[in-house]
Write a protein that binds this ligand. Structure first.
Ligand SMILES: [Zn+2]
Length: 214
């Protein structure tokens, strides 16, 4: 069992195994969707730049937005479990409600997309030994990030862009497609993805298993 969540690509390889990432690898993770407006826009952007991302989906957002969730998987992106209802302070909850949050989201994501997540991201990055035990018990690898532009707080496109452009090889970036108006995130990513690629960085997928479609 991991004592800390994975927050860099080096952590990820230590936890998951497999061949090392290329030295110029970087990962983009996108949380709180699927969202009927922002997810398709971000998908088009990723397609344009041939960049994979990890979408950390909330079960009750997949509910009602099944087509959008399937579109993410169909584009070859990997999906992570981001709980059923995105509760705050999940690290303080008891095992039973935590297990329910993880299990319900896992079922919904799998039933909708045919992809069973192997990674779990706690809302707000709230972790505790009990939560790490619970995710291990459910066969999920705990995942954090190490570059947070705080895009959810709408700090402005220049702020988000600047923070993301500070990314270095091996980083795991955090962005959001759900939870509100993500126009700033979208505008920043449209600048940042090609800029990081032009610098020689390569976006890599985060999952130990290839996605399977039904
Ligand atoms: Zn979240």
């Amino acid at each position: 069992m991991l004592k800390q969540p994975v927050s860099t690509l080096a952590d990820y390889r230590r936890a998951v195994g497999g061949p090392a990432f290329p030295s110029h690898a970087i990962a983009l993770t996108i949380d709180d969707g699927p969202h009927p407006v922002w997810t398709p826009k971000i998908l088009r952007l990723l397609r344009k730049h041939h960049a994979p991302a990890l979408f950390c989906m909330i079960g009750n957002q997949v509910l009602g937005h099944e087509t959008t969730a399937r579109d993410v998987a169909k584009d070859g992106h990997h999906l992570a479990n981001h709980t059923w209802s995105h509760p705050t302070f999940l690290g303080r909850r008891r095992y039973k409600p935590v297990h329910k949050e993880l299990h319900r989201a896992q079922e919904k994501i799998y039933d909708t997309t045919g992809q069973a997540p192997v990674l779990f991201r706690s809302p707000g990055g709230d972790w505790s030994p009990a939560l790490l035990r619970a995710s291990a018990g459910d066969g999920l690898i705990p995942l954090d990030w190490n570059k947070d532009p705080r895009d959810w707080d709408k700090p402005g496109v220049p702020h988000i862009t600047r923070r993301l452009l500070a990314a270095k090889p091996g980083d795991i970036l955090l962005c959001h497609d759900g939870g509100g108006d993500r126009s700033q995130t979208y505008a920043a990513l449209a600048i940042v993805i090609p800029a990081l690629q032009a610098r020689g960085l390569r976006f890599v997928a985060l999952d130990r298993k290839p996605p399977t479609h039904r």
